[in-house]
Design a protein around this ligand. Sequence first.
Ligand code: HEM
Length: 490
Amino acid sequence: MELDSDNNTLLKTGLVITATLVVAKLIFTFFTSSSSKKKRLPPTLQAWPPLIGSLLRFLKGPIVMLRDEYPNLGSVFTVNLLHKKMTFLIGPEVSAHFFKAPESDLSQQEVYQFNVPTFGPGVVFDVDYSVRQEQFRFFTEALRVNKLKGYVDMMVTEAEDYFSKWGESGEVDLKDELERLIILTASRCLLGREVRDQLFDDVSALFHDLDNGMLPISVLFPYLPLPAHRRRDRARQKLSEIFSKIIGSRKRSGKSENDMLQCFIESKYKDGRQTTESEVTGLLIAALFAGQHTSSITSTWTGAYLMKYKEHFSAALDEQKKLMEKHGDKIDHDVLSEMDVLYRCIKEALRLHPPLIMLMRASHSDFNVTTRDGKTYDIPKGHIVATSPAFANRLPHIFKNPDTYDPDRFSVGREEDKTAGAFSYISFGGGRHGCLGEPFAYLQIKAIWSHLLRNFELELVSPFPEIDWNAMVVGVKGNVMVRYKRRQLS
Ligand code: HEM
């Protein structure tokens, strides 16, 4: 009897456990299937070998990967990069949230952390968003129109001095020449007179070491003990010492200059605190990193296209002639602002060749996007979210014949850069973190090209350049050989 009752109890217990397990399994299945049904995840890139295939495809070149996969997977898809998932949002229909989301939803700090050893401590991606916002306010103030007017005079003088050293005629590597000129101009306008006039060689060598210390591997492992990283850290330290001396001597003399250095020295946080010497140095480095290669690359592409397409060269030249009839030789901020043809030529070079090919954010909350064909996808928090100016700027439903150099696509009546709203053209990003240096960059490139157009006949003698996809700031591959002959435009 006792055995029977034990058996019964055992049987009952067994049945209860089994039933519990079955119910638990059913509940689990119900919830997981309903939640995955609820979650409309984007398609995922499938690549071989498993686990690392997608990473290899990505490392081989994100633009090639996008070109191959966009036709199959569409404008929203996820790539598994080992422990991280990266979701691409391609095109203005799906990228608005990327550009507009508050920092609490999509942040830059984690994905741009690799800049910290280069920019130094206490600035930009090394500080909380509230401090970073204030530091970006310092940039905005240093790049206001009243300041830009002063910088333009320096840009024009630098261009005149530089090209006065060219002979009556000759051959140059335009890429190399424009790189040099841009660093001279950037030194004058951003780093200040002391660096430009006395310390130029030392400081450019140190910037060169900083530059060479930013390798593709540095994005993943910025502190890896590599010789290039060690040189970067030494250069950062030396720059800090140099700027500390300059700032000290400016403060002691009480003399004020019209450059970004002065703006940063005088900048104050909301609580009244002044910027430290180390912060000023870090912000200047950040400005140079944001603006130097991007601008010199764009100047070179602009020139290469102008020389390749005679009709655009002539249109830009005619505009210079008209402006000279109106203003004489004078070139200042307002004259540069009248150069619409040249502006469109630069903008079109930049559409085809944005130097920053991928922009990224870390997502901290779920969100969804709807594609132009009406599919809605849920992007879970924890993903890295990315968009690509290099790819999105050539979408055929936004830009007619997207691979053709056609500056007139931006003229009144066509305005293809606004086809699908604010994020149709994204060479300068847009929205919350849109480039703060865009007007500065255009003024600088116009100052260079208006001088070249007015003073030289130019001919491209090497083949039209290719894109150097391997550079961190994607630029022009090889030399760009140009034959020049001095002329007087009247
Ligand atoms: C042709 C030249 C330039 C190009 C193509 C360019 C491109 C860009 C892009 C794409 C972004 C957005 C990055 C993102 O969303 O993650 C950006 C941001 C920025 N750029 Fe530029 N840039 C240029 C020149 C400059 C110059 C000359 C300066 C300053 C002197 C500058 C300062 C900045 C700053 C401070 C930001 C950060 C804005 C923020 O996060 O709120 N840029 N730039």
